[in-house]
Design a protein around this ligand. Structure first.
Ligand SMILES: *[C@@H]1O[C@H](CO)[C@@H](O)[C@H](O)[C@H]1NC(C)=O
Length: 385
């Protein structure tokens, strides 16, 4: 009798657990589908062009996980902290040929990617990343519709539901600016084509919405006039710098792009029924941080941690981790002693410490153009340590 009742109780307990589990664990996003450039690449460019890209060599990855892992930082990227906060696994690149784990989404980002359909530093602009996503989705649907698909394989791909319940993140556009600047275009010449860039981001959102996506975060352009790369690349006089030491004209171009993108996102929000779309202002996050560096544990904002010693610790021809002799002089780009004191890692990309800070600001909800309660309130957010 006692045995029977405890079995019944156990059975009841299991049923209750099964009913309760979805509520307790996560009414939250089951997957992330990310589109981006080097700021969110988790091995895409390495998988497609192995041995040719800096992030597969030391000291990339030194802080975390302790060795290179094909990401452009000393540690985790913003997208990694987003995964961590949501209690999801770090995203695997959709280009990863061996040992791929896509049960909680996939990463279509590749370093050098642009929004415009051009081959600048890499041949994977946003329209190509979208097509790769579409193929991925079709293959998942085909595998899930085929009764002979092994359970082991099903465990490594998303559910079909994940395509509508997942979070779509788009972090692109910075390279569309530098594309023009490195070709010698003036800021007004670059600004002439920026509407095409903003429209390209919106077009991708619409295509992903048509493919089932409903939850979106689109990044704006950060104040890139503060980057060691831009400060080194663009000759400037002291009058052309703001009180932070950033190049005003580049930041103004980024700002006006962001205003335009925000308006287009507001239009898309009206047009696409049931969409939950949010622009993340990395511009404001970075500006607020640079106004409040030391309170957040940082010392340097305009100097790269890993680079050739100089005003901005950056050399245009010597990447972090490399050594090069130019006209008889040998330059070596080495890691600084304390990456956590720097916001910029290699002159272009954030340190892990800066990425963690940006992720915290993202989850605070304060830097979205519209409230995002599905993310900031309904998820059981995990710590970002
Ligand atoms: C500066 O940063 C600290 C630590 O994050 C925060 O508590 C404070 O409110 C910030 N101050 C301003 C003016 O943003």
């Amino acid at each position: 009798m006692a045995g029977l009742s405890s079995t019944v109780l156990l059975g009841l307990g299991l049923v209750m657990l099964m009913v309760l589990t979805p509520l307790v664990s996560c009414e939250c996003f089951p997957a992330i589908f990310n589109f981006g450039d080097s700021t969110s690449d988790s091995g895409g460019i390495h998988a497609t062009f192995p041995r040719l890209t800096p992030s597969e060599f030391k000291p990339y990855g030194d802080t975390y996980p302790g060795q290179p892992w094909n990401k452009y930082s000393d540690g985790r990227l913003l997208i990694d902290f987003i995964s961590q906060g949501l209690g999801l696994k770090y995203l695997t690149s959709a280009m990863q040929p061996v040992d791929s784990e896509y049960s909680q989404g996939a990463n279509f980002a590749t370093a050098g990617g642009t929004v415009m359909p051009i081959t600048y530093m890499s041949p994977f602009p946003l329209p190509v990343q979208y097509l790769q996503y579409l193929r991925f989705q079709q293959e998942v649907i085909a595998l899930r519709s085929d009764r002979s698909t092994p359970a082991k394989m099903l465990a490594r791909i998303p559910t079909i539901d994940a395509f509508s319940k997942g979070l779509y993140t788009i972090a692109l556009g910075g390279n569309d600016f530098t594309f023009g600047y490195t070709k010698g275009m003036t800021i007004p010449e670059v600004q002439d084509y920026l509407p095409v860039v903003a429209d390209g981001l919106i077009d991708a959102v619409k295509l992903l919405y048509d493919a089932g996506g409903r939850y979106f975060i689109v990044w704006d352009i950060e104040p890139h006039g503060c980057l060691p790369y831009m400060l080194t690349f663009a000759h400037h006089t002291p009058e052309e710098l703001d009180e932070q030491g950033c190049i005003i004209s580049f930041n103004e171009a980024a700002k006006s792009f962001n205003v335009m993108l925000k308006a287009k996102i507001a239009d898309a929000r009206k047009e696409l029924k049931g969409i939950s779309i949010h622009m993340l202002s990395t511009y404001d996050i970075k500006t607020d941080l640079s106004n409040n560096l030391t309170a957040n544990g940082f010392k340097f904002n305009l100097k790269a941690c890993c680079g050739v010693p100089s005003e901005f610790n950056y050399h245009l021809d010597v990447n972090c981790g490399k050594s090069r002799t130019i006209k008889g002089v040998t330059y070596t780009a080495e890691k600084c002693d304390d990456p956590n004191a720097y916001t910029v890692w290699d002159g272009v990309h954030n340190t892990e410490a800066a990425n963690r800070y940006v992720a915290k600001m993202l989850f605070s909800g304060k830097y979205f153009d519209e409230p995002f309660p599905e993310l900031t309130e309904q998820c059981n957010l995990k710590p970002l340590d």
